[in-house]
Ligand binder design. Structure first.
Ligand code: FE2
Length: 415
């Protein structure tokens, strides 16, 4: 199932094109994003769509509903006169973390929302889709720019949930004794370049952050200067073969390789291999979206936590890159497989850039309030919708998380 989606809005549509063009292009982009979510959910029956396998993972049905609530709450209610809310209870059920938008159901208990059914969520989606299309036709010219701004955030938001829909159902299926396949034809990607090659990273002052045309989230701003040391960065992602070496040399049994919190997580969760790995008849297998498959030594390692990535780097006598080092390397095309394979842990804490201010209003809760205790991942994975990410994109998760498509590349300093 290749990731496909139409490009989102362009600068031309945002700024200089005629209003008629903007309305048409925005409607087409909206339809493409909405249908991609449904395409990803299509292999899942109503039972699959209701399951919640851990507090951090949400049911597929919830993702489909929450992304729809986002448009209803932030676009339709304030911007479409006479809009009729589909169901007054849905705001409570499908608000995620927007305190300013009102009370909400507890995240760990989303799997208990057996009603509304998956079919009722489909009806909710169609109701909101029709209303957004109506808004794009009827909105007054002077109100259109603000409507397009919110619409665009909603589309990028839905794309984020498209990836989560897959990572969350993979976790649920991996918890099942029969490890169902989401898509028997799903191909886990392989690296495009041989392991062990390193490329130079020029020392000095560079600019990072959103420097380009197009869309970005507020956490990519402001662009700013950073200073980096002379270094060499791994052109390729760390492979399963390299990870097996780490395991064979006792990586999971050597406390001196691990951060204290990482060792505690290893002990508590009894880690002895990456997430979803299990030994079958003496051979390592891994649960993928195609079901249980043998570990491919040439494929990049996936489903490792920050703690594991950090321990691996220490074992290899290397480091994880900072997010600035990663971005500079990606912009210079120094690295292969920056995008579309696995997200890559960096050793940068998820912090506000110098001068960052979250947007005012409830949508200001989108990124800024999470800027503590998490680590940044860069790039994108094979489950990321096409066109969603960019060199300045900052993904972030807690350092113990490993149900995302998360891997790593290494870096070495020259001085
Ligand atoms: Fe969300």
């Amino acid at each position: 199932m290749p990731a496909t989606t139409a490009p989102l809005l362009t600068d031309e549509i945002r700024g200089t094109a005629s209003q008629a063009d903007a309305r048409g292009v925005a409607a087409a982009a909206f339809r493409a994003v909405r249908s991609e979510t449904e395409r990803r959910a299509a292999p899942l029956g109503p039972e699959d769509q209701s399951v919640q396998s851990m507090p951090e993972a949400s049911p597929a049905k919830w993702h489909r509903a929450h992304t729809t609530w986002f448009f209803e709450q932030f676009l339709l209610v304030p911007h479409l006169g006479g809009y009729r809310v589909f169901d007054e209870q849905y705001a409570y059920l499908f608000n995620s973390y927007y305190v300013g938008a009102g009370p909400r159901h507890a995240r760990p208990r989303r799997g208990l929302i057996t009603r509304p059914t998956a079919a009722e969520i489909t009806a909710f989606r169609l109701h909101v889709d029709a209303a957004v299309e109506r808004l794009l036709v009827t909105s007054a010219d002077h109100q259109l720019p603000e409507a397009l701004r919110v619409l665009e955030i909603g589309m990028h938001h839905e794309q984020q949930h498209q990836e989560l829909l897959l990572t969350d159902i993979l976790h649920a299926f991996a918890c099942s004794p029969v490890t169902p396949a989401y898509d028997k034809a799903w191909q886990s990607p392989r690296s495009s370049s041989p392991a062990a090659a390193f490329g130079d990273l020029p020392a000095g002052i560079h600019r990072i952050g959103f420097l380009d045309r197009g869309y970005c989230f507020d956490n990519e701003l402001p662009a700013h200067r950073v200073f980096i040391q002379p270094a060499r960065i791994g052109r390729s992602l760390v492979s399963n073969a390299q990870w097996l070496e780490f395991m064979e040399e006792g990586g999971y049994g050597t406390p001196s390789l691990w951060l204290s919190d990482g060792w505690a997580a290893l002990e508590a969760e009894q880690w002895e291999a990456p997430g979803y790995w299990r030994k079958v008849d003496g051979a390592w297998h891994t649960v993928t979206l195609a079901g249980l498959t043998p570990v491919d030594p040439d494929a990049p390692v996936t489903h490792v936590s920050y703690y594991e990535a950090d321990a691996f780097a220490r074992w290899a006598h290397k480091h994880l890159p900072t997010e600035a080092e990663w971005e500079i390397a990606a912009r210079a095309n120094t690295i292969s497989d920056a995008f579309g394979i696995v997200w890559q842990w960096t050793r940068s804490a998820y912090l506000p850039y110098p001068g960052y201010r979250a947007a005012s209003g409830v949508l200001g809760e989108y990124n800024g309030k999470f800027m503590v205790n998490q680590m940044v991942l860069r790039g994108s994975s094979h489950a990321t919708p096409f066109g969603h990410t960019r060199p300045s994109y900052r993904n972030f998760f807690y350092p113990s998380a490993r149900w995302q498509f998360s891997g790593l590349r290494l870096l070495d300093y020259l001085e």
